[in-house]
Design a protein around this ligand. Structure first.
Ligand code: NAD
Length: 456
């Protein structure tokens, strides 16, 4: 059923419509206008799906992608220029260059937690690099999925950018059995990432996998606790903790453990009031299934702060959980909700033993005022990205790559990294014909010592 539609994209791409800078710029400007035209519709849909306020939507969804768009438009011409490369002695007097070619027809699959940002941000990179794109938004944020599909349909020719709504587990296997994409960019869980990866492997389709996992956060004894608590609370309880780079759990040096807990619960009250349920700034859990999954975690330790819940409203209060029971699932699975286990440690090795149960997290955070400790921690924990004295905000810097490693994903994007991800980096060498010594051709007998001089 999808094949005829998808072949139209292939044909549009083959006709080289997407190649010129002028086309890419014009289409990116159309996207910008569309996002601004739909701004209010997105405030409504994201409130419906996740109870996000317009301010939160601007910071984490619409504003973030508009900022990425402006950045891309500003640099695109330069990114598209071939890069001069040096040439080695063997190839003298050739000249070398690196050319960025579009990949072709690409597929972008997004999750529900930042349904707009995580679909449109990669789209910007794919368009900038001159590709045709199929978009598959998450069915679990249905209001936003519908508005995005309408916006895309109204703004772009379907043979250039096509949005296909619905359930990933039915649509994607069918689509991928009928059509070979030139790249798949997937954001979601490691479990579904593996399914996508194996379907892509069958066709040797390259992938970018932006996955999740348990991102640890360490508080050293010399950390500024007030600042640490505020920065952790900001990201852990934004979107009710349903953020891939939210601190999943906190390991606190035992000497400041009690003080950190007190500070953190004070910050939660300061941010969301005595009853976070009434807070303008506090979101809701996406659906009943996720609510039930999170609810169970509350029984796996002692609730130090929060713990209130209401299924009818999909509400779970910002919660600090201590005294986690050994083997608890809250420390085995990605939490992806507003529950923060706070665990004391004495020696670094003790904290490392917890972190190493889930290697290669998407992000790692350390709060310390000691430069040596900062360096030691960053080196000790291999992770997709990291922050020192901050949490999650590295993802908002266009100059930094965003991506995981190992279990948290493959590849990277944002800013120029997006452009490169959606480009083929092609080597081109041009060799003049005026210099063509007979020496380099057969017979080779007796030339070994010369070859050893030239190739080393
Ligand atoms: P998910 O993996 O369940 O779904 C993601 C997408 O895959 C959706 O569009 C869905 O329709 C599709 N899908 C689901 N099951 C499928 C199947 N069997 N076959 C093919 N496609 C299928 O993820 P989610 O629940 O939407 O999002 C939460 C996860 O995403 C968390 O693990 C989180 O950490 C991760 N995440 C990662 C990032 C990142 O940038 N690294 C960002 C946000 C979320």
């Amino acid at each position: 059923m999808y094949k005829p539609m998808l072949e139209k994209l292939r044909s549009f791409f083959s006709q080289k419509h997407t190649l010129p800078y002028s086309f890419r710029k014009e289409q990116l400007l159309k996207l910008k206008e569309a996002l601004l035209r739909y701004e209010n519709r997105f405030y409504e849909s994201l409130y419906t799906d996740l109870r996000k306020s317009p301010e939160e939507v601007w910071v984490t969804e619409t504003g973030m992608v508009l900022s990425e768009l402006r950045f891309t438009l500003r640099h695109l011409k330069q990114w598209m220029e071939p890069e001069a490369a040096s040439t080695n002695l063997l190839n003298f007097p050739s000249r070398s260059r690196i050319v960025k070619e579009p990949l072709g027809v690409t597929l972008i699959v997004a999750p529900w937690n930042y349904p707009l940002q995580l679909l449109i941000n990669p789209l910007i990179g794919a368009m900038a690099a001159g590709n045709c794109v199929v978009l598959k938004p998450s069915e679990l944020a249905p209001a936003t999925s519908a508005v995005m599909a309408e916006m895309i349909k109204e703004t772009f020719a379907p043979e250039y950018i096509l949005c296909v709504e619905g359930e990933g587990k039915t649509i994607l296997p069918e689509m991928l059995s009928q059509f070979r994409f030139d790249h798949i960019f997937f954001t979601g869980s490691p479990a579904v990432g593996k399914i996508i990866y194996s379907m892509a492997a069958a066709q040797l389709t390259p992938v970018t996998l932006e996955l999740g996992g348990k991102s640890p956060c360490v508080i050293e004894r010399d950390a500024n606790l007030k600042v640490a608590a505020r920065r952790i609370a900001l990201t852990k309880f934004s979107n009710a903790g349903q953020m891939c780079v939210a601190p999943d759990y906190v390991l606190v040096h035992v000497s400041v453990y009690e003080r950190f807990l007190q500070t953190m619960s004070g910050v939660i009250k300061d941010f969301f009031g005595e009853d976070a349920r009434k807070s303008y700034d506090y979101g809701r859990i996406v659906n009943a299934k996720h609510f039930e999954r999170l609810e169970k975690y509350l029984n796996e330790g002692t609730v130090f702060a929060g713990g209130e819940k209401d299924k009818s409203d999909l509400y779970i209060a910002p919660t600090l959980l201590t005294g986690i029971t050994p083997g608890a699932s809250v420390m085995q699975e990605e939490i992806f909700g507003p529950i923060l286990p706070v665990i004391p440690f004495r020696e670094k090795e003790e904290a490392m033993a917890v972190i190493q149960q889930h290697p290669d997290p998407l992000a790692f955070y350390v709060f310390t005022s000691d430069r040596t400790k900062e360096k030691e921690w960053i080196e000790a924990v291999p992770s997709g990205g990291a922050c020192v004295n901050n949490a999650a905000l590295h993802v908002t810097n266009h100059y930094l790559p965003f991506g995981g490693r190992g279990n948290s994903g493959i590849g990277r994007y944002h800013g120029k990294f997006s452009f490169d991800t959606f480009s083929h980096i092609k080597a081109v060498m041009k060799t003049p014909v005026w210099f063509d010594p007979r020496f380099k051709y057969p017979g080779f007998r007796g030339k070994l010592k010369w070859f050893k001089k030239m190739i080393r």
